[in-house]
Ligand binder design. Structure first.
Ligand code: FES
Length: 150
């Protein structure tokens, strides 16, 4: 962790109001998650209660209170994808990575998440790796897709 950079980010928002979400997004972008020691530092520096920071950080899906791997995999389990076999895609990803949804591989390469909709229901079942969308995914495609990110 680049502590100097984190200090700079926090100080940038000193003496400003209504900045917590943007500050947390900046930290998330830098570290890929919001560690407890950074929450304490934000609280002390900006005089914001720790409980409030946790409440905000746990509310927004873009913020994570757990370390996230280099590649976030999102498997859609929304209705349109579900009827086209979304849960089988999730099973295939879990089998390939040997982790369950909500977890990160030991080497911190992948974090797996099941989500409700990726906004392209007609192309389901959908899978997203980072910013890359994959539509019409079959369980047999999963290995080939994920190998590219290793
Ligand atoms: S339900 Fe899967 S993309 Fe919308």
């Amino acid at each position: 962790m680049n502590e100097e950079k984190i200090e700079q980010i926090i100080k940038k928002y000193q003496h400003k109001k209504g900045i917590l979400i943007q500050l947390l997004l900046d930290i998330q972008k830098e570290l890929n998650w919001i560690p407890p020691n950074i929450i304490k530092k934000i609280s002390e520096t900006l005089n914001i209660p720790v409980s409030h920071i946790y409440r905000v950080a746990s509310f927004y899906a873009a913020l994570s209170l757990k370390p996230i791997g280099t590649h976030l995999i999102q498997v859609c389990l929304g209705t349109a994808c579900h009827v086209r076999g979304g849960s089988k895609i999730l099973d295939a990803v879990e089998d390939f990575l040997k982790i369950k949804a909500g977890n990160t591989t030991d080497d911190m390469t992948f974090t797996l998440s099941g989500v409700n909709c990726l906004g392209c229901c007609a192309q389901g079942p959908m899978l997203m790796v980072g910013n890359d969308y994959y539509g019409g995914v079959k369980p047999t495609n999963v290995k080939g897709i994920l190998e590219k990110y290793k």
